[in-house]
Design a protein around this ligand. Structure first.
Ligand code: SF4
Length: 262
């Protein structure tokens, strides 16, 4: 069995050590620690809807592009009551905003999802009430039932993006995105980068063996593998897709990658 605790600690300390070239260690620690309390946070209906909105936009786009456009996306999609009332002319108006991401399908999905959202809130009293009706934290079967339901009811949510929603609404599951899949494959935790369910399962093992919330496990691996994480002082990631910075990596002893740079 992999030594989950040792792998995680090696990755975490690498992130902090490399990031401290640009940001004081205490600040990195503070920014990381914020992710430890994420799962207990209460979300309002508006918070829940916003997760669906930004996940829809992040899917398939460069993260930096979407992050830069979040203020304009929020301008139109902060309120699901308003968004649910948008008609074709409103969609055209939003699409023609020079700051907006030019993707009719995503804008349309956010409008349709606002309508679904409104129905659910009126049926269950709140979106939280709807989520609780699945008792998703009681078992992984319940959690997967919620996942299937969200994927079925909301437009634009795929196999991976539904996990993204679940992570960001505080469910005990990580996002099996490209970064996570690549890093877990390099550590030999999954045989195939496309094994989404395998990556999710391995994420759960890290949480179990370290005692950390899954959201914290998620952000540490994301910071380790993604291109840039300025909040942790990383102007460049470490376990990058091309040219990973293996000479700076403290987790090398656990790595099975034998490509260039290693
Ligand atoms: S590929 Fe390089 S940076 Fe990534 S885990 Fe392996 S040794 Fe570390």
């Amino acid at each position: 069995m992999p030594d989950y605790r040792a792998i995680f600690e090696a990755v975490e300390s690498t992130v902090i050590r490399v990031g401290s070239d640009n940001l004081p260690t205490e600040e990195i620690r503070k920014n990381l620690d914020e992710y430890k309390s994420f799962e207990g946070k209460k979300l309002s209906d508006a918070d829940y809807y916003w997760v669906f909105v930004y996940v829809t936009f992040y899917s398939g786009f460069r993260a930096a592009t979407v992050t830069a456009r979040l203020p304009v996306i929020r301008k139109y999609f902060a309120d699901f009551h308003l968004a649910s009332s948008y008609g074709p002319q409103d969609i055209d108006r939003i699409l023609h905003d020079p700051e907006m991401i030019k993707n009719r399908r995503k804008i349309q999905a956010c409008v349709e999802n606002a309508q679904t959202f409104k129905e659910i809130v009126s049926q269950h009293g709140s979106f939280q009430g709807y989520i609780d009706s699945f008792a998703p934290k009681a078992s992984s079967t319940n959690l997967m039932r919620l996942k299937r339901e969200l994927q079925h009811r909301f437009v634009g949510l795929g196999r991976v993006t539904t996990f993204h929603v679940l992570t960001d609404i505080g469910m005990p599951v990580l996002k099996p995105d490209r970064v996570m899949c690549r890093v877990f494959k390099r550590f030999g935790l999954v045989a195939d980068e496309k094994d989404i369910e395998g990556v999710v399962k391995q994420g759960g093992k890290f949480a179990e063996h370290t005692g950390h919330p899954i959201r914290y496990i998620d952000i540490v691996f994301v910071a380790f593998g993604q291109v840039r994480s300025t909040e942790f002082g990383l102007d460049r990631g470490i376990c990058l897709e091309k040219n990973p910075r293996c000479s700076s990596c403290g987790a090398k002893e656990f790595c099975t990658y034998d490509g260039p740079a290693c």
